[in-house]
Design a protein around this ligand. Structure first.
Ligand SMILES: C[S@@+](CC[C@H](N)C(=O)[O-])C[C@H]1O[C@@H](n2cnc3c(N)ncnc32)[C@H](O)[C@@H]1O
Length: 212
């Protein structure tokens, strides 16, 4: 969850602590970072829909060998990144334009709270780009706010619609998320599932691509 751009502009220098406090009502970012780095993966990480860079901060702080490329369609991605800036790069570029640059495949790809902002008709092409960008033995980490009966889900939905201002958010059930990923990113083996405090709507799914 993130606060909307208008509120951000008004906050100025206190944006970072207020964003962090606001976000803590929805998710324990430290626990998410810990869960994301529990499974080993190589050092080249792509984060799709990196937003303000809070998750990229977690990854680079917890894994001192990791470099993160954070991409987003929005301007100024990574604006609240904290950590070793030599190991993080942020770009406004789509997955398809990044793919056209033919980068070396990534050891891990993170997609955190992005899919519910992507129109359902476009999700397959986004994930097909992700599939092409992921190494043969790469790890895919997807954090989503899934549909469950929980105050956290309703809070997240309200925040996305009325604070972030995306009236078109469309959330997935866990089964549908599994299906969406397996339909569009072949060769994955489920390797982890955790829910992140304080709400059971915060689901992290991890897959490793089997090179064989
Ligand atoms: C709720 S924010 C999550 C940011 C970050 N992943 C985090 O968890 O802190 C969702 C982000 O996804 C981005 N986004 C939406 N559709 C996208 C797409 N097709 N490709 C890349 N980024 C996208 C939005 O611009 C926004 O920054």
């Amino acid at each position: 969850m993130s606060i909307g751009p208008t509120v951000r502009r008004m906050l100025g220098p206190v944006e970072a602590p207020i964003s962090s406090a606001y976000r803590s009502m929805f998710i324990n970012v430290g626990q998410l970072g810990e869960a994301m780095t529990a499974l080993p993966f190589g050092s080249r990480v792509l984060e799709v829909g990196v937003g303000d860079g809070m998750i990229a901060s977690q990854l680079t702080t917890r894994r001192l060998d990791v470099t993160v490329l954070g991409i987003d369609l929005a301007e100024n991605p990574g604006s609240l990144f904290e950590g070793d800036a030599t190991r993080a790069q942020f770009r406004t570029v789509s997955t398809s334009d990044l793919l056209a640059e033919k980068p070396e495949p990534f050891d891990a790809i993170v997609i955190a709270d992005v899919l519910h902002h992507v129109p359902p008709a476009i999700r397959p092409s986004l994930l097909s780009d992700v599939s092409a960008l992921l190494a043969d033995d790469g790890v895919l980490l997807v954090k989503e706010t899934v549909v469950v009966s929980s105050p956290g889900y309703w809070m997240g939905k309200f925040s996305d619609r009325y604070i972030t201002g995306d009236r078109n958010v469309s959330f997935l059930r866990e089964d549908d998320l599994h299906q969406l990923i397996s339909d569009n990113v072949p060769g994955l083996v489920a390797s982890g599932r955790s829910t992140i405090k304080p709400w059971k709507t915060n689901l992290l799914l991890v897959w490793r691509r089997s090179g064989s």
